[in-house]
Ligand binder design. Structure first.
Ligand code: SAH
Ligand code: SF4
Ligand code: F3S
Length: 446
């Protein structure tokens, strides 16, 4: 009989994708479970991008300590960015864990599990190789969480070479590396065979895909190659670094009908002084120029962004420039964070830190402004007809369906029949909520 594995995932979409790869790698011996109580193996996939998620890791792992007392053969492991960051140090606070695997080492999970019984000590692997290429791990139908899923993530590159001064990612994910295009395409074809219609390509900076390799397509070419896969209807990608967003990519987005009209374009801050200290390598004028080009070629494009408030040395007038940018760009949605000191980063040693209460005040101000903008933008959808790829039932009621527009807005709608999962349908929007739209079904397109 197969054993059971429970994985708890924190952090970004790339971590979610890594969790899935671990499940695929363990498929011969373990089946996934949602209940840690019945697990033989518990893995916590961790994030260290800010201090708060890192703290959550310790409380989460601590929670399983008592399970191990009841069931001594239970194995507990930590993977992801905190494992990478802390390595052996993890064992000081969490001496009862069996293994810790870094962001490149988790691919060795099977070998580690085989070695554990022979090893008196926990196994910790955190090597970061600058020439690392992640092995191909193909999706396994029997193991994916939702066997009839419509959307999936595909990691196309790992690591980051940008070294924004606040960010730990280059230290915990290593140097940027692009996966070979043939492997990406093979993986997507497999997903499409399993019923997936929409994929989101993942990378810390997808716009620089392939540039470090010889003979690889660039990101625009990769998008065009992927779009030739039959049965694949929609392509999304994240994250785009504004400095590397080329005219060519904007043109490709405008011309290729499979590429969704949504772009996550992290601004981080609106003041050039702060952007410079962040090492972002663009000015707000350059950013706005790219936004103008995007809007000119793709009039219905939805933009979203990340904002950091209270970066060291951010003055009130700098912060006001961030608010100003939100008013000019009019993002569909923003993800906003209080600056948090991270180990290894340059900004950690900057002296002019912003007090916590001030960061809190700025965070509230930025979120309040965005709430109004999002509400106004959502209101503009009312009365319009939109194409929605149906992902399943609405989370609130089982007599409604849920899907997304090409602009990545969630739509809940009623329909005369409910077996429309995986279909592309036309919906008339009747009402705008704070986080989603409501509508009625008009017709099935595909
Ligand atoms: N590669 C992506 C995402 C990186 S992490 C990018 O370049 O945008 C996701 C977001 O977390 C970042 O965009 C940033 O807004 C936020 N973030 C990263 N480090 C942070 C820190 N030290 N404090 C607060 N927010 C941070
Ligand atoms: Fe971090 Fe900057 Fe790299 Fe994004 S581009 S992962 S913010 S260093
Ligand atoms: Fe977190 Fe690592 Fe992703 S730090 S945001 S899980 S790359």
């Amino acid at each position: 009989m197969k054993k059971r594995v429970y994985v708890k995932t924190f952090g970004c979409q790339m971590n979610e994708n890594d969790t899935e790869k671990v499940l695929f790698l363990l498929k011969d011996e373990y089946i996934p479970t949602d209940n840690p109580e019945e697990a033989d193996l518990i893995i916590i996939n961790t994030c260290s991008v800010r201090e708060k998620p890192q703290h959550k890791v310790y409380s989460e792992v601590g929670r399983y300590k008592s399970l191990k007392k009841k069931k001594p053969q239970l194995l507990i492991g930590v993977m992801g960015c905190v494992a990478q960051q802390e390595g052996e140090n993890l064992l000081v606070r969490l001496p009862y864990i069996d293994f810790a695997l870094g962001t490149q080492s988790f691919y060795r999970i099977k070998e580690v599990l085989e070695q554990l019984p022979k090893n008196p000590n926990p196994i910790v692997l955190t090597e970061l190789n600058p020439n690392f290429k992640p092995p191909l791990v193909l999706p396994e139908e029997s193991l994916i969480k939702d066997p009839e899923r419509v959307t999936a993530f595909v990691t196309i590159m790992q690591g980051c070479d940008n070294f924004c001064s606040y960010c730990i990612v280059p230290y915990v994910r290593g140097r940027e590396t692009s996966r070979p295009p043939e492997e990406i395409i093979e993986e997507i074809k497999r997903l499409v065979d399993l019923g997936v219609r929409e994929i989101t390509l993942l990378g810390q900076n997808v716009n620089s895909y392939g540039l470090k390799e010889t003979g690889y397509p660039d990101f625009s070419e990769l998008l065009n190659l992927i779009s030739q896969i039959e049965g694949l209807w929609r392509i999304r990608f994240t994250t785009s670094h504004p400095k590397d967003l080329s005219d060519r990519l904007i043109k490709t987005m405008a011309e290729n009908p499979k590429i969704c009209h949504h772009l996550h374009l992290p601004l981080q801050a609106g003041s050039n002084r702060v952007l410079k200290k962040m090492n972002r390598k663009y000015t707000k004028e350059e950013y706005l120029e790219k936004v103008a080009k995007l809007k000119a070629l793709i009039p219905d494009i939805a933009l979203t962004t990340d904002i950091i408030v209270g970066f060291p040395g951010e003055r009130e007038e700098d912060f006001e420039e961030t608010l100003e940018m939100l008013k000019i760009v009019r993002y569909h949605e923003i993800f906003s964070f209080k600056y948090s000191d991270r180990p290894f980063t340059a900004a950690k040693n900057f002296t002019d830190k912003v007090p916590e209460e001030e960061k809190e005040r700025r965070l509230e101000a930025v979120q309040k402004l965005q709430k109004t903008i999002t509400e106004e933008i959502y209101q503009e959808y009312v009365g319009k007809e939109v194409d929605v790829l149906v992902e399943g039932f609405s989370s609130k009621s089982k007599d409604k369906l849920m899907g997304r527009t090409t602009t990545n807005v969630i739509v809940n709608f009623s329909a005369p029949r409910l077996n429309l999962k995986g279909r592309l349908v036309k919906v008339k929007i009747e009402e705008a909520g704070k986080h989603s739209l409501k509508g009625i079904y008009l017709q099935t397109l595909k």
